[in-house]
Ligand binder design. Structure first.
Ligand code: 8YV
Length: 327
């Protein structure tokens, strides 16, 4: 029988995923609930044929420089691969795969939840009720802004961006987007989406802006202080993509100055650290990176990882190979 590949998994995964992995591979699983330390990560790349990291593992050039020649595949448990130095990995002959598709709808749901919750002040309402502070209905109290009839600007119109567009359209919003490439006309027509070649011009006209691009060198601080200032004073910003895409310090300044109406943030520039100023602002809704956090999604992510490993080990091209040209 063929020798089973040594698969090192950095985080505890759903039981069904771990069980299946144990059947197929020689697995080294992380039994604890905490991430690997840097030393454990280095140990992992020295001993694994396949490494399965997550968003909380930084697989940078320094870690990769310690990898044994046996390490041939990094099968990321997650869609975003900004935690991995893909170019250095590829240069060392290490393939990288991710888990696209299975978390699209869940992330779009969470985004839509925030697009609704922030302008309608749901978190503030919950706080009032939990604090037992409700003194009764008033016609002018706790008024939010309607999203119906408003303009949603989507930055990054890939799978998730389009799934958000479908939802927002059903809620009566008009759909606008900025993307590296314009979408084919049939997709644009189905979403009744307006393409903006200029991000700056789009930002100036949107009521809600939602981020769905990857974090790459090209998108780091894409929403810079300058660009954030282009947004309307009564606009809202939602981020379920990556914290690094927004200059978080500039965003905080902007919110504090009342130059932006509010924000819904599921991701942060220095996770898991969250600037305490954000938590103090009532117009800001914070979630702890829960965009794709469903039981079903996590199991399907695990299944994708397994398929990528199996296909690769069988000598074929893994279905979700990430190429530097995609970044
Ligand atoms: C996960 C994500 O929370 O896939 C992504 O890019 O951000 C989320 O699905 C995480 O990345 C899993 O590694």
């Amino acid at each position: 029988a063929k020798k089973k590949p040594v698969v090192v998994v950095t985080r505890k995964l759903p039981d069904v995923v771990e069980t299946r992995m144990r059947e197929l591979f020689e697995t080294r699983l992380n039994e604890s609930d905490r991430p690997f330390s840097q030393a454990e990560l280095v140990e992992a790349v020295k001993t694994a044929d396949v490494l399965v990291p997550t968003v909380t593992d930084r697989i940078d050039a320094a870690v990769l420089s310690q990898a044994s020649p046996n390490l041939r595949l990094i099968a990321n448990f997650g869609n975003g691969v900004d935690n991995i130095d893909v170019i250095t990995a590829n240069n060392r002959g290490i393939n990288v795969t991710n888990t696209p598709g299975v978390l699209t709808e869940d992330t779009a749901d969470m985004t839509m939840a925030m697009i609704l919750a922030v302008p309608r002040r749901i978190a503030e309402g919950i706080k009032v009720m939990e604090g037992g502070e409700w003194s009764g209905w008033s016609p002018t109290w706790m008024l939010g802004r309607r999203i119906w009839g408003k303009r949603l600007g989507i930055i990054g119109m890939g799978r998730i961006g389009q799934a958000v567009a479908r939802r927002a359209k059903a809620f009566g919003m008009s759909i606008h987007y900025h993307n590296r490439r314009r979408l084919p006309t049939d997709i644009e027509d189905a979403l009744e989406a307006t393409y903006w070649d200029s991000l700056d011009q789009m930002l100036a006209r949107m009521d809600v802006v939602s981020l769905h691009c990857p974090h790459t060198p090209a998108t780091f601080h894409l929403l810079s202080a300058r660009r954030l200032k282009l947004m309307k004073k009564d606009a809202y910003l939602v981020n379920t993509a990556r914290g690094e895409v927004i200059d978080e310090t500039a965003l905080i300044r902007q919110l504090e100055a009342g130059e932006l109406a509010g924000a819904g943030l599921d991701v942060f520039e220095h996770e898991p650290a969250v600037n305490p100023k954000l938590a103090q602002m009532s117009q800001v809704l914070l979630l702890p990176h829960m965009g794709s956090a469903t039981i079903e999604g996590r199991i399907e992510m695990g299944e994708k990882v397994i398929i990528n490993i199996k296909t690769f080990m069988d000598g074929h091209r893994p279905p979700d190979r990430v190429l530097p040209s995609m970044l």
